[in-house]
Design a protein around this ligand. Structure first.
Ligand code: SAM
Length: 317
């Protein structure tokens, strides 16, 4: 994939979530989070900012909702962003499990990539990390629906989870291949105090160094196995080491997602502790990132969508 890295400006626009994943800081049962949804015009502004900064693409991520108000709101935002950027900003969504019709509507409104992590390809491990009513099979169905709705589809897993073995991680990579995925966003798992999984934090403790090494090895092994997919160097790597994302690029990733969410909301979008850049504004993030990426001998694909080459050669649905 060469030495070009692509930016996706990520806008984390709401932490209201109907899901209750045992590991996630914004799960619905966590009463200690101030809930927010960024007003539509501010979400649009952040995406247009990313476009003007030359990022080429934006990612919209939030807690999971599928009520009609939410679906309509996302559709309006997509249409407005497409209009205000002359259709030139690539848009990835990361909004969880939705009905096929919803995926279709958002695709028509302008999104063309979707990231839905399987979290673990092993259904028994998935069960240990989620309440009864969260379904592994449904998540796989959603990945298929996304493909059918003509998205470039991404998935991924958390690395270093309680109960997770090296065999599970190897199987995760085989799963990426089996479902013929276009993009991968995976990163180290980091405990959050206000989640049920925290009770396992002593037994399953790993140092930052161990977690970072596992994250980098997963990227490297996946890159060797899947040569033409996009792989993101995720923020969780940066939480473990200042230059974690740059190390991710060196290990084989080719996408970075600088945070372009208004800083006043970032404190409340904490999926895990020590989430970096919560008080750094978007332009600071851009400046420091640009310098550090150049320092490792990579270039930045400004103003390009940077689609995964795999999606042009793989089987169509
Ligand atoms: N609700 C959407 C979904 O489930 O796809 C998108 C938002 S969700 C917060 C985004 C991702 O955050 C999840 O797919 C999960 O892998 C990751 N995440 C949540 N808690 C985490 C933690 N404690 N450590 C690392 N990653 C975490």
């Amino acid at each position: 994939m060469g030495t070009k890295a692509y930016f996706r400006g990520i806008v984390e626009f709401s932490n209201i979530c109907t899901k209750d994943c045992y590991y996630c800081g914004i799960r619905k049962s966590n009463r200690n989070v101030k809930r927010f949804t960024i007003p539509e015009e501010d979400i649009i502004k952040s995406a247009v900012w990313a476009y003007k900064a030359g990022y080429g693409s934006a990612v919209f991520q939030s807690g999971e909702r599928s009520d009609p108000e939410f679906v309509d709101m996302v559709e309006r935002v997509l249409l407005a962003v497409k209009e205000q950027t002359n259709g030139k900003l690539g848009i990835t969504l990361s909004l969880g499990e939705q009905a096929y019709k919803t995926y279709e509507r958002w695709r028509k409104a302008g999104a063309h990539r979707y990231l839905l992590r399987i979290e673990s390809s092993n259904s028994d491990l998935y069960k240990k990390l989620h309440p009864e009513d969260h379904s592994h099979a449904k998540r796989i169905e959603c990945l298929k629906s996304l493909r059918k709705a003509d998205y470039q589809v991404g998935t991924g897993v958390m690395i270093g989870l309680p109960f997770q073995t090296i065999d599970h991680l190897a199987d995760d990579i085989l799963f990426f291949k089996k479902i013929d995925i276009d993009m991968i966003g995976m990163g180290p798992f980091i405990f959050h105090k206000e989640t049920p999984l925290f009770q396992h934090s002593k037994k399953w403790y790993k140092t930052d160094k161990e977690l970072l090494t596992m994250g980098l090895k997963m990227i490297a092994a996946t890159r060797i196995f899947l040569k033409d997919v996009n792989i993101a160097s995720t923020t969780a790597l940066q939480a473990l080491k200042n230059d974690g994302r740059e190390l991710g690029l060196k290990a084989g990733a080719n996408v970075i997602m600088p945070n372009t969410t208004d800083t006043k909301y970032r404190e409340s979008y904490k999926l895990y502790e020590n989430k970096p850049c919560t008080d750094e504004n978007a332009s600071q993030s851009r400046g420091s990132l640009e310098k550090s990426i150049e320092s490792i001998g990579e270039t930045i694909g400004f103003n390009e969508w940077g689609d995964s080459p795999h999606c042009f050669t793989r089987k169509k649905f």
